[in-house]
Ligand binder design. Structure first.
Ligand code: NIG
Ligand code: FE
Length: 422
C-alpha cells in the first residue's frame, strides 16, 4: 500500500525550480503552498488548503509545518573532489601572500600533496573523511553530490577512492554520484615508487595518459562504480589531444565525459567538451562567447564554480553572459582542498554578487541544472513524480540564501520525504 511519507504545509513559498532560466519566474514560485509526498516522491504541490484536503498532515509519517518559511529543492552539487586526505590550509595562506595555484602545483604542492596524503590514507580514513564532508553538505541543504576520484593517479588508489565514494553513497542519506578522474594531474616522478617510471621529472604526460587509457580505465570499468570520466584540460595539466584520448577511451567503455575546461588559461577544453558530447564543461573562467555557443549547440551543461575563483582571487566566469546566451548554467561548490567550502548557499551568493545571476537563477543553477550536469533530469525540482528531496529554510524566501551570505539558512532537509536534518 502507498505510504503518505510526508506533508510539508503552510510554506510562505515553494520554489519548484521549474521555470525558464532567463525568464520571468525561473524559480517557479508557489506561495502559501504545500508539498505532499507519497512513497518518497512528490504527489502534489500547490495551495496548502487544496493539498492538505487530499493529503492530511495527520495521516503522514512526517508532518512538517513550514509556516513563514521557504521550501526549495535539495541542492544538487554537481562538481566536487570531496574524497581526499590531508590538509592544505597553509596553501591558502601562501596564496594570500601571492603564490599562485600553478606555482604550488609545479613545486609538488597542490594536487600532488593531496595525492601523497590520499595514497597514504587507509580505506577507513578515506571513507570517514568523505562521510564527514557529506554531513556538512547535507546540513547546508545538499541532497545529491558528485564526487571525483583523482587524488590517486595510480590504479590502486583511484580504485580505492571510487570504492570509498561507493560505500559513502550506501551509508549516507546524500546520494553520491561517482566520477573517475585519473587525468587530474601528471604524477611527479618524485612521488612514484622506485623504478616505475624512467628518467625525467615530471613523469612524461603522454606516458601517463597511456597508463590512464590502458590500465586505469579498464580497471575502473571492471570495478563498475564510476559513471563519468573527467579530465583536467588546462595549462600545467593535460592538453586537448591528451584529454580527448582519455575521454574517448572512457566513452568507449561507457563512462560519460566531463571536462575541467578553461580554468587557469584558455586551452580549448570547452570546444573539446562540445566535440565529445560531454555532460558538462566545468569552471570556464576563460571561456569565450564562441565556446559558450559551442556548448549550447552541443547541449553541454556549463558548470560554474565561483568558490574556486573566490579562493584563487581570479576573475569569475561570465555567468550572466552564459544565461543570456541561452546556456543551462549550473553552479556547484568544487569542494576540494583548494576550495574548502561545502556550502551551496555560499556558491549561490557568489553566483549572484560576482556573476550577475538573480537569486532565482542561482537557485535553478544549484538544483535543476546541477541535476542536468549529472544526467539526472528527475532531480533538483519540486514536481509531481520527482523524488522528494527538499530543504526547508528558516527564512520566507529563496532570496534569503544569497542575501544571508556566509550564513546557513537551511533548517530541515528531507531525502525522499524523510527528514535527515532538522
Ligand atoms: O576543480 N582544477 C582542478 N581540480 C580541482 C582542484 C583540485 C585541487 O587543487 O586539489 C578544481 O579546482
Ligand atoms: Fe574540479
Amino acid at each position: 500500500m502507498a505510504e503518505l511519507t510526508a506533508v510539508v504545509h503552510g510554506a510562505a513559498e515553494v520554489a519548484t525550480a521549474t521555470g525558464e532560466l532567463g525568464g520571468d519566474d525561473p524559480a517557479g514560485l508557489r506561495s502559501d503552498a504545500a508539498v505532499a509526498i507519497v512513497d518518497g516522491a512528490v504527489a502534489a504541490v500547490g495551495p496548502t488548503e487544496e493539498v492538505t484536503r487530499e493529503y492530511s498532515p495527520e495521516n503522514a509519517a512526517y508532518a512538517v509545518d513550514a509556516s513563514g518559511r521557504a521550501v526549495i529543492p535539495g541542492y544538487v552539487d554537481s562538481h566536487t573532489h570531496a574524497c581526499f586526505a590531508g590538509d592544505r590550509s597553509d596553501e591558502f595562506e601562501a596564496k594570500l601572500r601571492g603564490t599562485t595555484y600553478g606555482e604550488l602545483l609545479a613545486g609538488g604542492g597542490g594536487i600532488h600533496r593531496t595525492v601523497r596524503a590520499t595514497r597514504a590514507a587507509s580505506d577507513d580514513e578515506l571513507l570517514g573523511n568523505l562521510l564527514d564532508h557529506l554531513d556538512v553538505m547535507v546540513a547546508h541543504g545538499t541532497t545529491t553530490v558528485e564526487v571525483k576520484s583523482g587524488y590517486g593517479l595510480d590504479t590502486e588508489t583511484e580504485l580505492r577512492m571510487l570504492d570509498a565514494i561507493d560505500r559513502a553513497d550506501d551509508r549516507h542519506p546524500v546520494d553520491v554520484v561517482p566520477t573517475f578522474m585519473g587525468a587530474h594531474a601528471v604524477p611527479r616522478e618524485a612521488d612514484e615508487p622506485e623504478g616505475r617510471y624512467g628518467e625525467g621529472d615530471p613523469v612524461n604526460a603522454d606516458d601517463y595518459v597511456e597508463r590512464v587509457v590502458d590500465e586505469q580505465i579498464p580497471a575502473v570499468v571492471d570495478q563498475g562504480v564510476a559513471e563519468f570520466c573527467d579530465v583536467f584540460c588546462d595549462e600545467g595539466a593535460f592538453t586537448v589531444e591528451q584529454s580527448r584520448r582519455v575521454l574517448r577511451a572512457g566513452a568507449e567503455r561507457g563512462l560519460t565525459p566531463k571536462v575541467h575546461a578553461e580554468e587557469l588559461a584558455h586551452r580549448g577544453g570547452a570546444k573539446l567538451a562540445a566535440e565529445v558530447g560531454a555532460a558538462s564543461a566545468d569552471h570556464l573562467l576563460h571561456a569565450t562567447d564562441e565556446d559558450v555557443a559551442a556548448l549550447v549547440d552541443a547541449d553541454v551543461t556549463p558548470v560554474l564554480l565561483p568558490g574556486t575563483a573566490f579562493g584563487l582571487g581570479a576573475d569569475y566566469a561570465d555567468g550572466r553572459g552564459m544565461v543570456d546566451a541561452g546556456a543551462p548554467v549550473a553552479v556547484a561548490t568544487d569542494f576540494n582542498p583548494n576550495c574548502h567550502s561545502q556550502s551551496m548557499g555560499f556558491a549561490s551568493a557568489l553566483a549572484c554578487v560576482e556573476m550577475g545571476l538573480t537569486p532565482a537563477e542561482a537557485l535553478v543553477a544549484c538544483t535543476r541544472n546541477g541535476a542536468r550536469a549529472l544526467d539526472r533530469p528527475d532531480l533538483g525540482v519540486v514536481r509531481e513524480g520527482a523524488p522528494a528531496d527538499l530543504a526547508v529554510l528558516d527564512a520566507p524566501s529563496h532570496v534569503h540564501v544569497p542575501y544571508s551570505y556566509g550564513v546557513n539558512r537551511v533548517a530541515t532537509v528531507l531525502k525522499e520525504g524523510r527528514p535527515v536534518v532538522g
